[in-house]
Design a protein around this ligand. Structure first.
Ligand code: BGC
Length: 802
């Protein structure tokens, strides 16, 4: 039965209405049991539904990250992923998924590029709509975030994104607008940064004028975590929900503000009504009781993730090496830091505890069968920090900084990292607890071991009772843990194979050192984890084909940080050079959520951009390498050769900096139109195993209502089925850059042709007119381009709309 929301509001006291407007806890809203008003639970995040525990919680299905999904350019696939993510959200007892992230790839080094779809507003919008429609078709709310201007992570809480209206309207707002108008999204999350000098969480023009009045948004606007900054101003501007809870700015303060007439009771009631609407939309009135989190490892999710991984994989270069001729293979080497331990996703709030992780080695062994030997060499590490140890670690919690008393709670973790975002454990005071971690380490090798320690809060590590690392008496803030942790402290010590070593760590969450994030981790790098080029090269030279797995991981690309460089970290570029010299039949496989420089590109026969494809990583990779799947991906972001010319966009800003988006609409491939020498691979680029020829472009008549119909034919001149993504760009005569306005993904059989039809809506010909404050057509003559990427244009014609 549909609840009568107005009748409910009539029965609620002002205190009860206000209680709905801030979280009751970190991941839940308040309930009003006497009226049957349920609490709503939210969960991160874009590539999986994590549940309440920030680390080490109940396992979840790990899907490809957003940049990998967008690389598929496959709207139906992304819709299916949305459906599966909603099912995962329900398995965590939640009603709201805090995703998708639709900020733009403006900054090549942004630590959250992996979490965002594209540099292009049209592609990002199509992906957002499909994702949200999928999620909400299951009765789970999607939350489009972060509204708006969160294109850099360094100093994200203090900087102001300075964006002129045309640039906002044409580049940064469209995915949000599409999410509201086309997908009917139920929640919007504001950003940490300011927009043109005002916090986005209390920006009347953004939240009221644009979002609600112009776009007709009727859902809930929530703040990013701890990014509500006022009691009345934020609510008046349109922020319904302060997250997380318990709220800081609302509750009694808001009740008092109503009593004193500072804010109208009607404003509170409208926001409370939107909270009730969300409860109604997500079916929470019918199912008010909290549901325990469970791990739901479904075969159909496994299959979908595997397919999506291959559909998003971008074959950047291929000089007839791929697909590998499996019938002739005897021995394959998988080399590199990501071979055994692939990266499934980036770091930060998007991290989840995956059900499992298929490594490239496992995936290839399975695909190639018992007759092909698959060998492994590390070559060199790619880690940013010393590797975690994965074994039981006991942890005793104390409710004071004094751990000499009896513990309040004792538990065991499965790895040497503990992270708590908000609540810690039942009965543990998240603001003043301390902990003792204990384990015994069995050295498997004799030699120098590197120990690392890092914490948000203070910590010290004793080995066999002797202090080895001290982030206790001299803790200083570094870059780890969203900027709340210290940098990693390192110590080298000789250990003897076969000996057991006691490791004890004292941890205190501190007072005022950190905010809601508390964490401690230690790692151990044994001598062999330093890798050996010699072993890797000897192996490379002895096999038929090398799969070289290099790249980044969730320590390098993570929330609240931007990368410092576009280069592969550590000695990975040297490893690539050396392996290519040892065996030219090497496929370089890159794992990253944003561009990497490739100084060795000329020497490489084949390069595959695998991104972070989720838990089926090795299987999806094997499908592409063997040709079981066509590499279905195309770049959703330009890959530059270097950061030359991108200095402004990749700048690390100081506290409270005004970040001018001075390039305006000339972002992404429009920037590179004017700097084509710096393009390594253009936006939209990616090879198939098919080979395509474009012909017969026909342009129909245009009308304001119907738009412009076009058709063209693509022929697959190869001997295998291939997938092609035809991209249609428009460019007006004059100075304007080109824009993607439509794309079509198609399977085309060996030797056959397909006639493709598309309609380009009239809005695609319009630009924002600052004077008239609306979209307007500024030109009548355009160039219409059909191609394989932003620079590989195969068909071109003029269009005159007069
Ligand atoms: C992130 C959001 C996330 C929230 C809750 C914030 O740090 O910016 O994207 O949903 O935390 O984890």
């Amino acid at each position: 039965m549909t609840p009568d929301l107005d009748a409910l509001l009539d029965q609620m006291t002002i205190e009860e209405q206000v209680s709905l407007l801030s979280g009751a806890s970190f991941w839940r809203t308040a309930s009003v049991p006497r009226l049957g008003i349920p609490s709503i639970k939210v969960t991160d995040g874009p590539n999986g539904a994590r549940g309440e525990n920030f680390s080490g919680g109940i396992t979840s299905a790990a899907f490809p990250v957003a940049i990998a999904l967008a690389a598929s350019w496959d709207v139906e696939l992304v819709r299916q992923v949305g459906v599966a993510l909603a099912q995962e959200t329900k398995s965590k007892g939640a009603q709201v998924l805090l995703a998708p992230t639709v900020n733009m790839h403006r900054n090549t080094l942004n630590g959250r590029n992996f979490e965002c779809f594209s540099e292009d507003p049209h592609l990002a919008s199509e992906m957002a709509v499909a994702y949200i429609q999928g999620v909400q078709s299951e009765g789970v709310a999607a939350t489009v975030k972060h509204f708006i201007g969160n294109e850099t992570e360094v100093e994200r809480r203090t900087i102001s994104a300075e964006i002129d209206e045309r640039t906002l309207r044409e580049i940064y707002l469209p995915p949000f607008e599409a999410a509201v108008k086309r997908a009917g999204v139920w929640c919007v999350m504001t950003a940490y940064n300011y927009l043109n000098g005002t916090h986005t969480s209390q920006h009347p023009w953004l939240l009221e004028t644009v979002l609600r009045q112009e776009w007709g948004f009727d859902g809930v606007v929530m703040s990013d975590w701890t990014a509500t900054h006022s009691t009345t101003q934020a609510l008046l501007a349109g922020l319904d929900l302060e997250m997380p809870g318990p709220g800081v700015h609302r509750g009694a303060k808001l009740v008092d503000a109503v009593a004193s007439g500072e804010i109208d009771a009607a404003t509170v009631r409208s926001a409370a009504r939107r909270m009730l609407t969300l409860a109604m939309r997500t079916g929470s009135f019918e199912h008010p009781d909290p549901v325990a989190e469970r791990a739901d490892d479904r075969p159909e999710h496994r299959a979908l993730i595997r397919r999506a991984g291959a559909q998003g994989a971008v074959l950047l270069k291929n000089d007839s090496l791929l697909p590998v001729a499996t019938s002739k293979l005897k021995r394959v080497a998988v080399i590199g830091p990501n071979a055994m331990r692939p990266a499934l996703f980036g770091g930060g709030s998007a991290q989840i505890n995956a059900h499992y992780r298929i490594s490239p080695i496992d995936g290839l062994k399975d695909a190639l069968g018992p007759d092909v030997i698959v060998d492994y060499a590390l070559g060199c590490p790619g880690d940013r920090y010393t590797p975690l140890i994965r074994q039981p670690i006991s942890i005793d919690f104390f409710n004071t900084s004094n751990s000499d008393t009896a513990p309040v709670l004792s538990k065991a973790g499965e790895s040497s990292e503990f992270r708590w975002f908000g609540p810690v454990e039942d009965g543990i005071d998240q603001l003043s607890f301390s902990a003792k971690l204990r384990t015994t380490f069995l050295a498997e090798e004799s030699g120098i071991h590197v120990f690392g320690l890092m914490s948000a809060g203070t910590s010290r590590l004793h080995l066999n009772g002797v202090l080895l690392l001290d982030a206790w008496s001299n803790w200083t803030r570094g870059e780890s843990y969203f900027g709340h942790g210290c940098d990693e402290l390192l110590a080298e010590i000789y250990l003897e194979a076969g000996q057991q070593y006691d490791i004890d760590i004292d941890y205190a969450c501190g007072d005022g050192l950190t905010t809601t994030l508390k964490a401690v981790r230690f790692g151990i790098q044994p001598p062999s984890a330093a890798g050996s080029f010699e072993d890797a090269l000897a192996l490379a030279a002895a096999v038929d084909v090398v799969v070289l797995m290099v790249g980044l991981n969730d320590d390098w690309e993570t929330e609240a940080e931007d990368r410092r460089s576009i280069d592969l970290p550590g000695k990975q570029n040297n490893l690539v050079d050396a392996v290519l010299a040892a065996n030219p039949d090497t496929v370089v496989v890159l794992q990253s959520g944003s561009p990497l420089a490739m100084p060795w590109l000329d020497e490489a026969k084949a390069v595959l951009q695998l991104w972070y494809p989720g838990q089926e990583c090795g299987n999806a990779l094997a499908d592409v390498l063997t040709g079981a799947a066509d590499p279905g991906g195309r770049l959703p972001m330009t890959f530059p050769k270097s950061l030359k010319g991108l200095e402004e966009m990749t700048k690390r800003h100081a506290k409270h900096a005004k970040v001018a988006y001075g390039e305006g609409v000339d972002m992404g491939y429009r920037h590179f139109e004017k700097d084509s020498d710096n393009i390594l691979f253009p936006f939209g680029h990616g090879l198939s195993y098919g080979s395509f020829h474009y012909r017969d472009l026909q342009i129909g008549d245009w009308s304001q209502d119907e738009g412009l119909a076009i058709e063209f034919t693509i022929e697959n001149r190869s001997h295998r089925l291939g997938q092609e993504i035809a991209q249609i760009y428009l460019k007006s005569r004059g100075n304007e850059g080109q824009s993607l306005v439509c794309f079509l993904k198609q399977d085309i059989g060996a030797g056959s042709s397909k006639k493709l039809e598309a309609t380009i809506p009239s809005s695609a010909f319009e630009r924002w007119d600052n004077e008239k404050t609306k979209f307007n057509r500024k030109a009548d003559t355009f160039q219409l381009m059909v191609g394989r990427s932003a620079t590989d244009i195969r068909l071109l014609d003029d269009v005159n709309l007069q």
